[in-house]
Ligand binder design. Structure first.
Ligand SMILES: [Zn+2]
Length: 201
């Protein structure tokens, strides 16, 4: 029998499921938390419940939000004719930090991945199609990978049905196999500025 009390074991197991947290780190976090004041622990617990209860996806762009539509969709200063398509909400946060892009975003909620059984119908592509009428340029800001390229090609095909939409993609500068989330702001800003036209419009 393990000498570790059950409650600690259970929390450690749970924490070790978090991305980037191994068994050792999970145990360290658990012991750290045990020494924190109770009111701080309550704030952690409340924060976790709040992200579940108060955050949803914007019905327009699928970005995470507390209000619907989200603050980006509601912002009248943003150029609705430019739409930047990204894989997930963290990419919106990364790109917006560069302050280079002043258009709107569309969050796919994943990538098409035949191997993982993810098809276009599992992503927010139906929402995207509803928005395309007022768009003049679509920027595909999708991580370069097999699934990323499959998704970009699929989207390009759909968007090409609209004669007046220019499709661009980020300049390479983003490392192959890299992740927008972990790309520094300067590189990301450059990649946005140097985006290239991919559908000849
Ligand atoms: Zn939105």
């Amino acid at each position: 029998m393990s000498s570790i009390p059950n409650v600690i074991q259970e929390l450690t197991d749970l924490l070790s499921r978090l991305p980037g947290i191994g068994k050792k780190s999970a145990q360290r976090i658990c012991f750290y938390l045990m020494d924190r004041p109770r009111d701080e622990i309550v704030r952690y617990a409340k924060g976790l419940i709040d992200i579940k209860d108060k955050i949803s996806h914007c019905p327009v762009c699928h970005f995470i939000t507390e209000e619907t539509p989200c603050s980006i969709c509601r912002d009248p200063k943003r150029d609705a004719s430019q739409l930047c398509i990204v894989e997930d909400s963290m990419d919106v946060i990364s790109i917006d930090k560069t302050a280079v892009f002043h258009g709107k975003y569309h969050v796919l909620g994943g990538l098409i991945s035949p191997l993982d059984g993810v098809g276009p119908e599992d992503l927010s592509i139906d929402l995207l199609i509803k928005r395309l009428d007022q768009v003049k340029e679509v920027i595909l800001a999708i991580n370069p990978s097999v699934d990323g390229d499959t998704t970009a090609h699929y989207l390009e095909k759909i968007i090409n049905r609209y004669k007046d939409i220019k499709v661009t993609s980020l300049a390479r500068g983003i490392p192959v196999g890299g992740d927008l989330e972990f790309t520094d702001e300067a590189t990301l800003a450059k990649a946005l500025e140097g985006r290239s036209l991919i559908n000849g419009k």
